[in-house]
Design a protein around this ligand. Structure first.
Ligand SMILES: Nc1ncnc2c1ncn2[C@@H]1O[C@H](COP(=O)(O)OP(=O)(O)OP(=O)(O)O)[C@@H](O)[C@H]1O
Ligand SMILES: [Mg+2]
Length: 424
């Protein structure tokens, strides 16, 4: 081989090594971006977004430390929210609290990146007067900070650090700025989702409060009017007793509206005491309790158990479920009718069907029948009945659905977890 040939070979070998390096760099970059995109698609909270981002960036870019700080623009502060270093198996997440690690934005390299909205390096931190952070007593000699930029503002900053000087290349800065775009988008999405949920909750609360105030006004006015009549001492004894009874009825309505509202808004923490009961016993209690009332209203009752099972219920609360469903049917069938109640134990589940052949649920409320304050009977009902029913069924680990068509009645179906073994 001539010296010319070997020179050419060396050039080729160098070029090959260079393109190999470039190629494996690209593969690494793609792997980082793909892992991050896959993970962030599943992130549904700020915590999961930040933790996953820190973990993936740490594992793929291999710095000594990776952290994400969020920027509070109003207070000009950076708050450390997630970090991973050499001694951590996975990223730490810090909830925001008064004790959070807060750094004034104009005192750090990370702050420089935020304020300048550009990636910021220092490969010789000794010369940096604003350098601040020395974790685990290990000196940081190189640092790379990239701002998290959303469409209109800076959300925070990703920081990578290393104990070696000159550790971060322009290429690393370029990759981190691509990655920071994805992280910023994800942070913005979870923030938007949080705002949206808060707004929705507020508007639901507002709607509920205004319906409540409206519903409470009626009994208060009636009570006020009849109390005035009593005070005026008009009418005979029978009339005065009638006024008194009206006041009592309205007071009861007022109290039950307040109690129902409390029952509905009370959180899941409202305690339940579960006791086992078989479907056969439940069916017999239902027949005993509602048979005479249905009969009085011209409604025939058929109450059957197809296959026995044991369910666990908070008796008072669960009775409220049955009571409201049956009484709704009675109210709907003012000219009498038929009510079929069937209890079926099947495959670890108990199915309870309450069917009537009344007029069906009015179309205008069918979709929102389980929402609070939905009623066609504003004078007598609060419209909280089925909202509470659904809440109680859910608290029992069950579900409730309804089918109804005009003129052919309504069927409410409840499914509850059950023990179908060992009962006859
Ligand atoms: N079986 C049914 N047939 C027809 N309409 C029904 C039936 N069950 C419920 N509805 C309709 O659904 C509405 C809401 O029922 P829900 O039990 O939530 O409230 P309510 O009975 O009006 O008041 P309360 O809070 O006193 O129970 C009723 O007003 C009624 O119009
Ligand atoms: Mg009701």
């Amino acid at each position: 081989m001539s010296s010319g040939d070997s020179g050419a070979n060396e050039v080729y070998a160098k070029a090959l090594a260079e393109s190999n390096r470039a190629f494996s760099g690209k593969v690494k970059e793609l792997s980082l971006v793909r892992r991050l995109c896959d993970a962030l698609l599943k992130a549904d909270s700020l915590e999961s977004t930040l933790r996953l981002s820190v973990d993936i960036i740490y594992e793929e870019m291999e710095p000594m430390n990776c952290s994400i700080m969020l920027y509070d623009e109003r207070r000009c502060e950076l708050i450390l929210r997630s970090v991973r270093g050499r001694s951590n198996k996975s990223a730490h997440y810090f909830n925001y609290s008064p004790d959070s690690r807060v750094i004034p934005v104009d005192t750090t390299l990370a702050g420089k990146a935020v304020l300048s909205r550009t990636t910021f390096y220092s490969n010789d931190t000794k010369t940096e007067p604003s350098f601040l952070f020395i974790p685990d007593g290990v000196k940081i000699l190189s640092i790379l900070c990239t701002p998290l930029l959303s469409k209109s503002k800076v959300l925070g900053v990703i920081n990578l650090s290393s104990a070696n000087p000159d550790h971060f290349t322009t290429e690393a800065g370029r990759i981190l700025s691509i990655v920071s775009g994805y992280v910023a988008m994800s942070v913005e999405n979870v923030n938007l989702l949080k705002d949206l949920l808060a707004k929705e909750r507020l508007s639901a609360l507002g709607a509920m409060a205004s319906t409540m105030v409206h519903d409470m006004k009626t009994p208060i006015h009636v009570i006020g009017g009849f109390a005035q009549l009593l005070l005026d001492e008009g009418g005979d004894r029978i009339e005065r007793e009638e006024y008194y009874r009206t006041i009592q009825t309205q007071l009861k309505r007022f109290t039950s509206l307040a109690e129902d509202t409390l029952e509905y808004v009370r959180g899941h923490e409202s305690s339940l005491t579960f006791t086992p009961i078989t479907l056969e016993i439940l069916a017999s209690e239902v027949s005993k309790a509602f048979g005479p009332l249905l009969d009085k209203n011209g409604i025939s009752l058929s109450c059957t158990v197809v296959n026995n099972a044991t369910i666990k219920v908070d008796w008072d609360k669960f009775w409220r479920v049955i009571d409201n469903i049956v009484k709704n049917s009675i109210n709907a069938m003012s000219d009498g009718g038929k009510m079929n109640i069937t209890f079926t134990g099947a495959d670890r589940e108990a199915i309870m069907e309450f069917s009537d052949n009344g007029p069906g649920i009015p179309a205008m409320i069918r979709e929102k029948i389980f929402d609070p304050f939905v009623t066609m009977d504003r004078r007598n009902g609060t419209g909280l009945g089925l909202a509470i029913v659904k809440k109680i069924v859910n608290q029992h680990g069950g579900s409730i659905t309804v089918t109804s068509s005009p003129g052919s009645g309504s069927t409410f179906i409840i499914g509850l977890p059950a023990d179908t073994m060992g009962v006859g």
